[in-house]
Design a protein around this ligand. Structure first.
Ligand SMILES: [Zn+2]
Ligand SMILES: [Zn+2]
Length: 173
C-alpha cells in the first residue's frame, strides 16, 4: 500500500452545469504496471438488488455515464455519481457531503434498497466492500465492488471476482 496518511481533497473543479466534481483520494501512481493492470474496463450497465438500472446518462465522468448512488450516515444523506471506469476515483456529489475516512451506507437512488455487501474492507474495522451487479439479477460473479469508506484505496470499482480472489489469498473468506 503506498497510500500515505495524507489525502488531499481537491476542491477546485469544473462541471459544465456548475456541479462540483471532486476527486476523492489519490489515484495510485505506479511506474511499473503489469499488462494486466493496464487494462481498464468500463461499466455500461449496473443494477440495484431490485433490478433498477443505476447508470445515469445525465452525469458523465471522464466521458462515461456514471453510477448514481444514494448514501446515508448519521446526520447526513445525499447522492453521488461514481465513475464507471475501473480505478477512477472521481465522483460527482449531487447532494450532501462525503467525509474522508467516514463510512456511508449505500442505497439505490430509485427504490431505496440497500446495496449488498461482499466482504469487509480492511481499511477500517467497520468498512464494507459494497457489491453492485452488472446484471438485473444480482450475480456475484458478474459484479463490481468498492469500499464504502470515502477515500479508501478500494474506493473505486473493481471486479468482484478480484475482491474474492484477494480475500482468499489473505485467508479471510
Ligand atoms: Zn432500486
Ligand atoms: Zn476500505
Amino acid at each position: 500500500m503506498q497510500m500515505s496518511g495524507k489525502k488531499v481533497l481537491h476542491m477546485e473543479r469544473f462541471g459544465k452545469d456548475g456541479r462540483l466534481i471532486i476527486p476523492l483520494g489519490q489515484r495510485k501512481k505506479s511506474t511499473k504496471k503489469t499488462d494486466e493492470e493496464k487494462v481498464r474496463y468500463v461499466v455500461t450497465e449496473s443494477y440495484c438488488p431490485n433490478g433498477c438500472n443505476i447508470i445515469d446518462k445525465e452525469y458523465k465522468i471522464n466521458g462515461v455515464a456514471g453510477l448514481r448512488i444514494k448514501f446515508k450516515r448519521p446526520g447526513m444523506e445525499g447522492e453521488f455519481v461514481l465513475s464507471a471506469i475501473e480505478g477512477d476515483f472521481d465522483k460527482i456529489i449531487l447532494s450532501g457531503e462525503l467525509q474522508d475516512g467516514v463510512k456511508d451506507e449505500l442505497y439505490c437512488p430509485h427504490c431505496g434498497v440497500m446495496f449488498k455487501k461482499l466482504i469487509n474492507c480492511d481499511c477500517t474495522p467497520c468498512a464494507d466492500m459494497v457489491i453492485i451487479g452488472l446484471t438485473p439479477k444480482l450475480d456475484f460473479n458478474n459484479a463490481i465492488s468498492f469500499c464504502n469508506v470515502t477515500g479508501c484505496a478500494n474506493g473505486s470499482s473493481i471486479k468482484s471476482g478480484d475482491v474474492i480472489r484477494h480475500a482468499r489469498l489473505r485467508g479471510t473468506v
